[in-house]
Design a protein around this ligand. Structure first.
Ligand SMILES: [Ca+2]
Ligand SMILES: [Ca+2]
Ligand SMILES: [Ca+2]
Ligand SMILES: [Ca+2]
Length: 507
């Protein structure tokens, strides 16, 4: 029989064995970066594998599940085998095609007699990402937000596989602490109530926590590595907040010292690009021979230390052609300063992202709104509102346009390098990458903002997302920052340094 099965597997190309972690083995001590990238799960065996194909057609179909932990949180990785918007509950409401009604149940004290008595476990916490809510049963039943649970799930755009963080404690009202995970083992299961799938099919999977302290996160310094690097900042500044609350933005400018500032939500009826230029000049005064240059379109404003050769636009998005200094760069730079439509406006984002891609394609083909060297560098950055379908990101990154009939042929936005690259921009003092957080809302923190760049003519150097609330007081003071500065907007500032020299050592 065994030989027969092996032959069958060989004939079908199937995999008949899957290494699963035994529940009796200790788990993996590791701080996972919840960024929607899965390489940090390398070497961790799946905790369980649900059959693929046991879901109703078109619904979430759980596959493998992995778990890890550090001294503060559980981490889960789950395969859904269907394009899913994790924080969208629309199928449960009879709506769109990609939402979910997945509930995650965690018996955090390894006691079926405590918590919510369901399917053989006693859950202290239930998290529903699609409904953007959670419930504590410790022992009183208490509804909390995803933010009060401290939970994270990425990618924020659609995907078929996700990373989740569940802290050991929840903070109802952000003014009390409730223990969720207290035992050396936890029992978990997930169920999608919009469809029929459950992992595991019955009962729960048990994860034995690893003990100890995970490797610490090495902080990213705020300063650039090399004075020659060109530093770019991108920040959605929440409806011209600096007009009424300028100090946090002045401190952020002085701490990061960008060469090129790209702001979104800078409403021209409140501040013109020239007023914005004067604001940057007041924060970072020019020395002899220096000046700031300004360009704006709609609510996007770019302020540059270097001359702006050309300016155009694409829908509400600004395009600037910047004359980088010859002693620091071998190319010039085209910036798309982007703020595409919000929220569930998928069709609006599809169109604007298609037009951005088409404009970049036309520029490097010599057919753009202005003339550039065909080897010019590009950086597309800003608030892409990437809470929707991943096609809107792969469109820009890979030149895979959505509506070719209207916007023309696909292309390689990175020329011979193929795709554009995405700046990781990890938080300076944590493994997180989210760029938007607004705890009063029911959405968990998300990565809505990106910086994409042409890796053939740009070498990424230091980069980070600034979240002042996570930075130790001494480091904040040294940088002239205050802990609340990042809370002046619902978006975080992203910083990326590039070398545009062909002789850069990383090239
Ligand atoms: Ca990850
Ligand atoms: Ca399944
Ligand atoms: Ca329990
Ligand atoms: Ca199942």
């Amino acid at each position: 029989m065994i030989r027969c099965n092996w032959r069958l597997a060989a004939l079908t190309g199937g995999v008949i064995f899957l290494a699963l972690a035994s529940a009796s083995q200790a788990g993996t001590l590791r701080t996972i970066s919840v960024d929607g990238e899965f390489e940090d799960w390398a070497g961790i065996a799946a905790l369980a594998a649900d059959p693929v194909g046991d879901a109703s057609s078109g619904d979430v179909d759980f596959g493998q599940i992995w778990m890890a932990n550090d001294e503060k949180a559980l981490y889960l990785r789950i395969e859904l085998n269907r394009e899913t918007l994790m924080q969208d509950g629309s199928p449960a409401l009879g709506g769109g095609p990609a939402g979910n009604d997945i509930h995650l149940y965690i018996d955090g004290d390894d006691d079926s007699g405590t918590g919510l008595d369901l399917d053989g476990i006693g859950a202290e916490l239930q998290v529903s990402f699609g409904q953007r809510s959670a419930t504590l049963y410790t022992p009183a039943t208490q509804g909390i937000t995803l933010n009060e649970a401290g939970s994270l799930v990425l990618p924020t755009h659609s995907g078929d596989e996700f990373e989740i963080r569940i802290p050991f404690t929840a903070t109802p009202g952000f003014d009390s602490v409730v223990d969720v995970v207290t035992a050396s083992k936890v029992n978990v299961f997930m169920r999608d109530y919009a469809g029929i799938d459950r992992i595991p099919d019955s009962g729960s999977v048990t994860y034995t926590l690893a003990t100890g302290t995970a490797d610490p996160i090495v902080p990213i310094g705020l300063d650039r590595a090399d004075a020659e690097d060109i530093r770019i900042l991108s920040h959605n500044i929440l409806n011209v907040t600096m007009a009424t609350n300028p100090d946090p933005f002045i401190r952020i400018l002085r701490a990061t010292k960008p060469d090129i500032v790209n702001w979104q939500e800078l409403r021209p009826n409140v501040w013109t690009p020239e007023q914005t230029r004067q604001f940057v000049e007041s924060a970072l005064p020019s020395t002899d021979g220096e000046q700031w240059f300004a360009a704006g379109h709609n609510d996007n404003v770019t302020i540059s230390r270097f001359p702006i050769l050309n300016q155009s636009n694409s829908d509400g998005n600004l395009i600037v052609h910047i004359d980088l200094p010859d002693d620091r760069a071998d190319t010039d730079l085209v910036i798309f300063n982007v703020h595409t439509p919000c929220c569930n406006n998928e069709a609006g984002r599809d169109v604007e992202h298609d037009r951005i891609s088409a404009t970049w394609r036309d520029l490097i083909n010599g057919e753009g709104p202005f003339t550039v060297d065909p080897g010019v560098a590009v950086a597309m950055m800003g608030d892409f509102n990437m809470v929707g379908f991943v096609r809107q990101l792969t469109n820009l990154r890979d030149g895979d346009l959505i509506d070719n009939a209207t916007f023309g042929a696909d292309f390689s936005p990175g020329r011979e390098a193929g795709s554009l690259a995405s700046v990781p921009a990890r938080h300076t003092h944590s493994p997180e990458v989210y760029t938007w957080f607004n705890p009063p809302q029911n959405y968990a923190p998300g990565k809505l903002d990106f910086i994409l760049y042409s890796p053939d003519v740009a070498t990424l150097k230091s980069n980070y997302t600034l979240k002042t609330g996570d930075i130790p007081a001494a480091d904040l003071a040294a940088a002239g920052l205050e802990a609340g500065d990042s809370s002046a907007s619902d978006h975080l500032a992203m910083v990326a340094d590039f070398s545009f020299k062909s002789s850069s050592p990383e090239n």
